[in-house]
Ligand binder design. Sequence first.
Ligand SMILES: Nc1ncnc2c1ncn2[C@@H]1O[C@H](COP(=O)(O)OP(=O)(O)OP(=O)(O)O)[C@@H](O)[C@H]1O
Ligand SMILES: [Mg+2]
Length: 315
Amino acid sequence: MTDYAIDARGLVKRYGAITAVDGLDLAVPAGTIYALLGPNGAGKTTTINILTTLATPTEGEARVAGHDVRREAARVRTRIGVTFQEMVLDQDLTGREVLDIHGRLYRLGGALRRRRIAELAELVQLGDALDRRVRGYSGGMRRRLELARGLMTDPEVLFLDEPTQGLDPQNRVGIWSYLRALNRERGMTLLLTTHYMDEAEELASQVGIVDRGRLVAEGAPEALVSALGADVIRVRGSGERGHFAACARALPFVTRVDSPADSELVMVYVDSGSRRLAEVVGAASGNGFAVEDVTVARPSLGDVFLHHTGRALRD
Ligand SMILES: Nc1ncnc2c1ncn2[C@@H]1O[C@H](COP(=O)(O)OP(=O)(O)OP(=O)(O)O)[C@@H](O)[C@H]1O
Ligand SMILES: [Mg+2]
């Protein structure tokens, strides 16, 4: 029997006429990293808010670390950590004060707080900055402090809402390595949200692609991507796009074809991009689609999103 750190069924959250989460099921085995990937407004933060007991679901139920988020909210809270998308850090406090206050909130003793603060400052490499006011921190330092704050209670399950939003590549890679270490060395379960495909691909063993409050696809990143085809030939042009797409679909080596609305692109998934390129381009020009540009690549999670929603992940 799998031990699920997060087990949610049929979650719905409505705000008046807006349905932020629309029937979401989520099962995250303990000790794994799961990423919710989706565009702005998909319902990622709302899902995190429900799972962390900050919001009550309109329908459905969820257990986190073995406890019901509705009936045993207080127990859930003692087992989890959260890092928020919006910065909630008090600018006038030092990093050390932020961590210490958080520890007091959870009734950790003084010795334990001091030990955790020392460990975490080391983990997220805050060093001397720990005794400076947050006001003077860079974006990367704030993110690292926010992560350390989420870890003060040594949680079993850590929720991270857009952990690297707005960070430069170097800081992002730094955060990724802390998260991997927490998962590997402490067996911590991580649920993160992101709209960066590379982040989901890099960190998560399972990805849930979310759009308009629903999971549109779920699985291991490699499996989701390779289900589309080995390579994707992206053909940009003008003319008989639908006709070309239909003809491409009939070619024996083509696994899938997407021709999203509001785009000049036709995505042709094939068994081998380099071998099939000439034939695909030939099929385009032979069917009234004037080719302007062609690229060959491995499919990405962005292609998976587009395949399931008909829209690009980047909006
Ligand atoms: N408290 C609220 N009151 C009303 N509507 C809300 C509230 N919270 C969220 N929504 C709406 O619910 C939908 C989902 O929002 P949510 O913040 O969960 O999306 P998200 O996936 O986290 O987006 P982003 O990538 O921009 O952070 C949006 O349409 C949002 O406007
Ligand atoms: Mg959000």
